[in-house]
Design a protein around this ligand. Structure first.
Ligand code: SF4
Length: 260
């Protein structure tokens, strides 16, 4: 699929989202928020649902949490327009309540189709509802900063999923903000591992389902390392930063830690 075809496919999905009435969340929305970003990206960030500002603008992550996400991306030298940003539900839950399971289920086909079109190497979950979509049963306090293979049934055919706290939680709790900085610092190395995995498996080969795969710990860095954006873009050396079953396969692209 060419970039133009991907853009057209994403816009077709967005057009459906904007008029969707498949769950009760459409009743209170001002604007649906399909998502936005690069159609040729390797990295998709998936949050939970639109908030007040997102509902007004029809764009994801434009409030304070969005500003923090932009800052976190900048800490590894990335810009928001380099990635694709979306949510598990595309319409704002009233009073910013959690999305209900039936609302998440109703909206899931849109996210799956977006991920099928983008076919990213890396999906970064933001918050527990996004985590629940890609790592069912996992607890965010235990798995943030780690990656595991994505279930191809969720859309991406050979991706890693990397778990992070939601930036809104980071705004409320300084310790979570500190963890977000550390976790984001590991994202470029995780992308390199995802590229290596795709390269060794073959681009078209589906990834094994998640639960049978070993978890990959990507944040065994010191806070000092994470605090230096330039250093954070380099995979930390040593076996602790590879999958438990062995080192990540060598990949000519591994040193190329920018998105393009
Ligand atoms: S949240 Fe999703 S399923 Fe529900 S109305 Fe909005 S677009 Fe449709």
């Amino acid at each position: 699929m060419t970039d133009d075809e991907r853009e057209a496919a994403l816009e077709a999905i967005a057009a459906e989202v904007r008029v969707c009435t498949s769950c009760r969340l459409h009743e209170g929305r001002t604007r649906a928020v399909p998502g936005e970003g690069s159609a040729s990206t390797e990295v998709v960030f998936v949050g939970e649902g639109p908030g007040f500002h997102e509902d007004r603008e029809g764009r994801p992550f434009v409030g304070r949490a969005g500003a923090l996400l932009t800052t976190l991306l900048g800490s590894v030298g990335w810009r928001r327009e380099d990635v694709f940003i979306t949510n598990v539900v595309k319409c704002r839950p009233p009073e910013n309540r959690d999305p209900a399971p039936d609302e998440i289920a109703a909206c899931a086909p849109y996210l799956r189709r977006q991920l099928e079109v983008l076919d990213p190497a890396l999906v970064v979950t933001l918050g527990r509802h996004s985590l629940g979509t890609f790592m069912p049963g996992a607890r965010i306090s235990q798995v943030h900063g780690t990656a595991r293979p994505a279930d191809p049934g969720r859309g991406p055919q050979a991706a890693l999923v990397f778990a992070m706290y939601h930036p809104a939680a980071a705004l409320r709790t300084p310790e979570i903000e500190r963890q977000c900085v550390i976790d984001m610092a590991a994202v470029p190395a995780t992308l390199a591992a995802a590229r290596a995995r795709r390269s060794s498996a073959g681009r078209a080969a589906p990834a094994p389902a998640g639960p049978a795969q070993p978890e990959m710990t990507m944040t065994d860095q010191t806070p000092d390392q994470a605090a230096r954006p330039a250093a954070a873009a380099t995979p930390p050396p040593g076996p602790d930063h590879s999958a438990p079953s062995g080192p990540v396969p060598a990949d000519p692209a591994a040193d190329q830690l920018t998105l393009f």
